[in-house]
Design a protein around this ligand. Structure first.
Ligand SMILES: C[S@@+](CC[C@H](N)C(=O)[O-])C[C@H]1O[C@@H](n2cnc3c(N)ncnc32)[C@H](O)[C@@H]1O
Length: 389
């Protein structure tokens, strides 16, 4: 049967997939349905036809999955911000864990992955300290999924109260400036004061910071545990994709006698890290910041056997060259922090291929999933790769 855009079908959702949609196999066709749940029977309308698969939207839930709940947010059905609020929180965690395992096996079939825990976020709502609302004709909100249609909101349940309470004031300040449309970043600064600025064509975000400070504390704690649990003390710690030093400073504090080198390409973030190092009276030997592209840095920098390398790249992952350079350095381990299991597994595959060519035996020694982004399909990973020769 040929399926076309606009067709209405009755389908059953088999499972959730990376990216957050539910998957249905309907007469040999693969259909992805956002905001569906495993086991749902749905009446859907096909919205997009690709070469080998389709997208559809829910018209009616004929038989709801046992893992469904009524989403607490009143804007949920339209807003493109969260994609998993309709799933019970235990299901969100279970599915994230399962997708991590599946993704790893897809890229590295037959390779060992240890049993791992998924750590729930200390707060499953009101955890975000940074949001990017939009303004269209003086209405403020977020875009509907995959569109530029504004969904006007008064509250966002995953945003910290302190930031959300500034929403009316920020709206007023923006409208007083006679800005009828635009994109903004609303955030809590280091003193937890709400602030905003406009995002422009050329001036984009002031840079990365972890959005869930409650779970970020756990990430740091566990990273320190991973770093310290190794027979040899590192001679240097190289923090690649360091941002403003969220991970590098706690590492420097924990390994007082070890040089920390932070590599970050965003100038504003690199400058923030430098300022903080100065404030902490850390000498360049103790703490050095390179404002550089990691792949260029890796071309020139000579890694030593006893260096502890930490990578925390953006969602798109690292450049292939970085994984190859890491393998070539023949270091005994590295720590990979990731907010995207797909690029994490893809990068590890590159590393394994290269390392195996060199006769090395890499394996994921430790893995922890941290639910940094509850109510969404996103998840954070902390992993340690050990390399035996
Ligand atoms: C996921 S964030 C991690 C930041 C930091 N580790 C933290 O916990 O806050 C990734 C960082 O990598 C930086 N970045 C992205 N691509 C880069 C590249 N090619 N070279 C260097 N830094 C890069 C981004 O600016 C961002 O600060």
């Amino acid at each position: 049967m040929k399926i076309s855009v606009g067709d209405v079908l009755e389908i059953k959702i088999e499972k959730m997939v990376a990216g957050g949609s539910g998957l249905s196999r309907h007469q040999n066709a693969v259909i992805f349905v956002p905001k569906s749940a495993p086991g749902d029977t749905l009446k859907v309308e096909i919205t997009e036809a690709k070469k080998n698969f389709y997208f559809a939207r829910i018209l009616e839930i004929l038989q709801p999955s046992a893992e469904r709940r009524v989403a607490p947010c009143p804007y949920y059905s339209e807003c493109g911000g969260c994609d998993w609020q309709h799933l019970e929180e235990t299901s969100q965690l279970r599915i994230k864990q399962q997708l991590i395992r599946e993704t790893f096996s897809k890229f590295l079939p037959g390779e060992f992955l240890p049993e791992f825990e998924i750590r729930p976020s200390p707060k499953s709502f009101r955890y975000r300290n940074r949001i990017q609302p939009k303004n269209q004709n003086s209405h403020f909100g977020f875009y509907a999924q995959g569109t530029h249609n504004l969904i006007e909101i008064e509250d966002c349940l995953i945003t910290e109260e302190k930031l959300m309470s500034a929403w009316p004031q920020f709206k007023k300040e923006i409208l007083d400036k006679k800005i009828p449309r635009g994109r903004y970043e609303f955030y809590l600064d280091e003193n937890e004061e709400p602030r905003w600025y406009e995002l422009g064509e050329e001036k984009d975000s002031q840079g990365f910071s972890q959005v869930n400070r409650f779970q970020n504390d756990n990430l740091i704690l566990e990273l320190l545990n991973y770093s310290q649990d190794f027979p040899q003390k590192p001679s240097r710690i190289i923090d690649l994709y360091a941002g403003a030093g969220n991970l590098s400073f706690p590492l420097s504090e924990a390994f007082k006698k070890t040089s920390v080198i932070a590599v970050e390409k965003h100038l504003g973030l690199a400058q923030l890290a430098r300022k903080r190092a100065e404030m902490l009276k850390l000498s360049p030997k103790q703490f050095e910041v390179f404002c550089a592209d990691v792949s260029l840095f890796m071309k020139r920098f000579l890694l030593q056997k006893n260096d502890l390398v930490i990578l925390d790249p953006p969602r798109i992952g690292t450049e292939g060259l970085v994984m190859k350079a890491l393998a070539a350095a023949e270091i005994p381990r590295f720590i990979y922090v990731s907010c995207n299991p797909v690029t994490w597994a893809r990068d590890l595959k590159l590393f394994y291929d290269q390392a195996q060519l060199q006769g090395l035996k890499p394996r994921v020694e430790k893995l922890l999933a941290l639910d940094m982004f509850p109510q969404t399909s996103h998840v954070e990973l902390l992993s340690e790769v050990r390399i035996d020769s």
